[in-house]
Design a protein around this ligand. Structure first.
Ligand code: SF4
Ligand code: SF4
Ligand code: SF4
Ligand code: FES
Length: 948
């Protein structure tokens, strides 16, 4: 498709419902009140010359190029800062205006280097465009006037350069960093001719607070800030709209290419999840797609101690099918299973679970959501009747109070984090429940009104205590409860939470949170206007994860904060398609659309369309599969796009389970850690190489479009289809759109979804069906999906994982902005410069007690195992709490996490492990052995053959 850059309307869209009508150059136009004259002109197709204005930013009015004349008014005001008025008569092209604009451009050009022919932005430069637009033919001041300051090129950022000599001091970059990203890393230093953009205190970009979101690069109208990829490759000439494959925000991008080479990813302004913004991962970290570690040919080996043997696709598929058939014949139908991926598309996930249910003939299918958001599914389905968040991201713009629980949006969901910060700068109040001082607690122009630094594992106690204050102080919304919720359940719940044992004062010792903070936060949440809750894995990955989700749902119902914009309960999903993989029937007990497999009409529907009798008994979850492997009854597994060895808890147990199987099939991009135990490796494709859809955290289904041909030869859904055919369960899809048509046919919440609709509307949020043909941005508006909202009593039960003299500290884990999940992709990009290793955050008090200095190697030991990593001394964690990330396999932090899990869903309790820390001399013996094992497991016996 041609490059088709998005139109820049110069100033943001006004939101008013009132309109004004004005005349511009003789043509009448009607626009919302508050629209600038510049934008109104653009609506008519008239592009008034501009340099400092762009529609991603508020108007600024500094370049004086966009001048206009207004009938009855003196002077020549800037059209970007002049609001359109009713009856206004505007002229954009008069002799006076032309003369003035030329004069302005002469000044700009006189101090700009004239190296256009060799400039990386040649042909993609607004300064060039404007020189043409104003008809500049001569520069009276010559071309050798005082040049712009040239302190040299800053190449420190791995993805973009800063070349100050080309800067026109329009401040677009500074404003993008403030208004869009909310980092405030840039400023204009000095004055007049000496003005220069400066990261932080005249540091390099790399040394500044810059988080490499790229918003400034996108905003820059010249080559001053430019992608290194553009400098290397040249300007793009065609583009495809697609969706980021990293986190659950689901940003959409224009993948811009020259030929079939990807030049850059430009956040799509029409993207309803990201509104033209992105983070460092989506915008820049796509280099893994061509990393040398990528495996492009299928491989097999009989024993996991053998070297890999490269084989043809035909041989790999036939071998895999014959192994699964042999295992089922010998050990029974239930001896094999599979794991779907939250990184693959909906269509691919759907096919894997279909293969397992209809091809294998059992329900042994699970997904990585098991280890992250399965409690969300359980908790929200129980209370509200549907397993998903209630709002769209835009809703935050109407929130007055934002309650963030166990989530770190600026690292985990950065683009939504930026949108949230914007709302907070506009005046919304903020409550943070988190053991760590996450960035949101204090960041430029944002300060949490309440930070409740609760002890890991006490979420239920604290959230129930918030409810205690709301109920005992009469802060409920009784009218809402009477109309929308089950009154009997409410009364039982209200009596429960009102018990004095739930009072903030009573749980102070348990939670570590001062009572007055809980009281203040509860009052603010209940009475501050529209209150919205956003939560993450710090809620779900606990032995009481499902209970906390229900406690959160109770809070929102009790205060009437559900069913309209600005409020709601919003799980921030981790991986890009975690919502979709759950929707697509990846759990052992549910068909797509969360319908229980024992429900006869649903079972019959699937049986008739899939043409096979289906098992109506739930199959094995991931931990059950591993246990069954160790018992000798589970022997073969098909794992698509998931590194369970690194991401699941208790690594030794997982490794033993995998080692006990006879056929482990890994379909992935790289020889991930799980592949150490694999017998078959099927090379997967990246999101750039496939068609399909992802569903983000707001239930938004968005298209993934093929940007380039799969270098491994096949899209992932094609590989599953080949395997299914070889197993004797035929599949004949020609394109993923046909798979989506089947999903829509079988799944009431997807009934109205098709590729045609997605191409037409860009995206839809499910439910999308006859009742909601364009999707459902906000849920439970007129009533809960389950009918009456259900209050659930949430008794706090302390985890069995206890601190004591041997293990006195609590370890909790999380993510960092630059890395993603187990790091398989981001570790193979330049993002490693920001996070070369996982570090252990430890409070200065605990560090001093143990003789640990910043950067020292420390041993971290739990009842399960031990590992080593280097210490980072910080007050972000409270005394008694330590924290680390899990992006690097050499750290293997899951060696120390336990097998405790959520009572309802088996979601592992990653967030609470009792540990001890002691100084160490370096990586432990097992880590070195593990490195050796991994190297051996990556041995490939024969040279590469070309991918088919
Ligand atoms: S890349 Fe983002 S954070 Fe860094 S200076 Fe630019 S806008 Fe600010
Ligand atoms: S770096 Fe670019 S965006 Fe920033 S002030 Fe200079 S020209 Fe404008
Ligand atoms: S990682 Fe998440 S926030 Fe970043 S660009 Fe991708 S979808 Fe957006
Ligand atoms: S574009 Fe209006 S003053 Fe610069």
């Amino acid at each position: 498709m041609p490059l088709n850059p998005e139109t820049d309307y110069g100033t943001p869209q006004a939101k008013s419902e009132k309109t004004v009508t004005l005349t511009i150059d003789g043509a009448e136009v009607t626009v919302p009140e508050g629209t600038s004259v510049m934008r109104a002109a653009m609506e008519l197709g008239t592009q008034i010359p501009k340099l400092c204005a762009t529609d991603m930013l508020d108007s600024y009015g500094s370049c004086r190029l966009c001048l206009i004349e207004i009938e009855g008014r003196n002077g020549t005001p800037a059209s970007c800062t002049t609001p359109a008025g009713d009856g206004m008569v505007v002229k954009t092209q008069t002799d006076r205006l032309k003369r003035l604009r030329k004069g302005v451009m002469e000044l700009y050009i006189s101090e700009h280097p004239l190296d256009c022919l060799t400039c990386s932005a040649n042909g993609d430069c607004e300064l060039q465009d404007m020189a043409g637009a104003v008809g500049l033919r001569d520069v009276r001041y010559g071309y050798d006037g005082a040049k712009h300051p040239n302190p040299g090129i800053d190449n420190s950022n791995p993805y973009f350069t800063y070349e100050p000599s080309k800067c026109i001091v329009c401040s677009r970059c500074v404003r993008a960093c403030e208004e869009v990203q909310g980092t405030f890393a840039l400023t204009i230093a000095n004055r007049g001719f000496d003005s220069v953009v400066s990261p932080s205190m005249e540091e390099s970009f790399m040394d500044s607070e810059c988080v490499s979101c790229g918003a400034c690069v996108q905003a820059c109208p010249t080559a001053t800030l430019n992608e290194k990829s553009v400098i290397d490759i040249g300007t793009p000439d065609n583009s495809v709209i697609t969706t980021c494959a990293y986190c659950g925000v689901g940003c959409t991008f224009r993948a811009e290419m020259r030929g079939d080479e990807l030049v850059r990813m430009i956040p799509y302004k029409e993207g309803k999840a990201n509104r033209g913004h992105s983070c460092v991962k989506g915008r820049f970290a796509y280099g893994y797609a061509h990393h040398k570690d990528r495996i492009l040919n299928p491989m097999i080996r009989e024993k996991i101690t053998d070297p890999w043997r490269e084989v043809s696709w035909e041989e790999a598929i036939q071998y895999t099918a014959s192994e699964f058939k042999r295992i089922q014949a010998k050990y029974g139908k239930g001896s094999v299973g599979g794991i779907t991926s939250s990184r693959c598309t909906n269509e691919e996930t759907y096919l894997v679970q279909k293969l397992i249910r209809a091809g294998f003939g059992n329900n042994n299918v699970d997904t990585c959501a098991r280890v992250c958001h399965s409690p969300t599914g359980y908790g929200l389905k129980t209370t509200y009747g549907t397993s998903a968040g209630t709002q769209d991201f835009d809703s935050v713009e109407d929130s007055d109070v934002i309650l963030v629980i166990g989530a770190n949006p600026t690292d985990g969901h950065p683009v939504f984090g930026s949108r949230m910060k914007k709302r907070l700068r506009e005046g919304a109040k903020l409550i943070v429940l988190d053991p760590r001082k996450i960035d949101l607690v204090r960041t430029p122009h944002v300060k949490a009104d309440y930070h409740l630094p609760l002890r890991p594992g006490t979420n239920v106690a604290v959230v129930t205590s918030l409810a205690h204050v709301i109920v005992t102080e009469g802060l409920m919304d009784e009218a809402f409860i009477r109309e929308r919720c089950d009154w009997d359940d409410f009364q039982e719940w209200a009596a429960f939470v009102a018990d004095p044992r739930h009072a903030p004062e009573a749980i102070e010792d348990v939670s570590g949170v001062p009572a007055e903070l809980i009281r203040g936060a509860a009052r603010l949440y209940a009475t501050g206007g529209n209150s919205a809750i956003y939560y993450g894995l710090g809620v779900t990955e606990h032995s009481q994860g499902s209970t906390t989700v229900m406690a959160i749902a109770n809070l929102a119902m009790a205060t009437g904060n559900i069913g309209r914009r600005g409020v709601g309960v919003n799980p921030l999903r981790g991986q890009n398609n975690v919502q979709g993989s759950c929707d697509m029937g990846s759990f052992p007990h549910e068909f797509p659309g969360y319908r229980h497999i024992s429900d006869s009409p649903t079972l019959e529907l699937f049986e008739s369309l899939w043409g096979r009798p289906l098992d109506n008994e739930p199959g094995l979850r991931i931990p059950n599969m591993i246990d069954a492997a160790l018992d000798g009854s589970f022997k073969g597994i098909y794992i698509q796009g998931e590194d369970i060895l690194q991401s699941d808890p208790n690594t030794q147990h997982m490794a033993a389970g995998l080692a006990a199987m006879e056929c482990v099939v890994v379909q992935d991009l790289f020889l991930i850690e799980t592949a150490n135990y694999a017998h078959v490796f099927l090379p997967g494709s990246t999101f750039l190489e496939k068609n399909g859809t992802f569903t983000n955290a707001e239930r938004r289904i968005q298209r993934v479009r093929k940007v380039m041909a799969p270098v491994n030869g096949y899209e992932d859904w094609e590989i599953t289809q080949m395997l299914s055919n070889a197993l004797g369960y035929p599949m004949h899809y020609d394109h993923p759109s046909q798979i989506m048509d089947e999903i829509a046919h079988l799944t009431p919440t997807f009934a109205g979804v098709s590729y045609e609709k997605l191409d037409e509307l860009d995206s839809v949020q499910w439910p999308c069906n006859e009742a909601a043909p364009e999707g459902t941005p906000i849920m439970h508006i007129d009533g809960f999906v389950r009918g009456k909202g259900k209050f659930v009593v949430t008794e706090y039960v302390a985890t069995d994982e206890k601190t004591g003299p041997r293990f006195p500290l609590l370890l909790t884990t999380g993510r960092i902005l630059s890395q993603y999940n187990v790091g398989a992709q981001t570790r193979r990009t330049e993002n490693v410069v920001w996070h070369e290793e996982d570090r252990l955050e430890i409070h200065p008090f605990d560090a001093e007690n143990r003789g640990v200095r910043d950067g020292d190697w420390v041993k971290i030991a739990s009842r399960t195992g031990e590992t080593t990593l280097r210490a980072l001394i910080t007050e972000r964690v409270a005394p008694g709490v330590v924290y680390t990330t899990f992006h690097h396999p050499t750290t293997q932090v899951n060696v120390v996490t336990t097998e405790f899990s959520d009572w309802a869903t088996n979601c592992p309790e990653y967030k609470v492990t009792a540990v001890q820390i002691a100084p160490s001399n370096g990586p432990s013996e097992w880590q070195e052995e593990y490195e050796e094992l991994s190297k051996a497991a990556r041995r490939i016996a024969e040279p590469l053959v070309a991918a088919e």
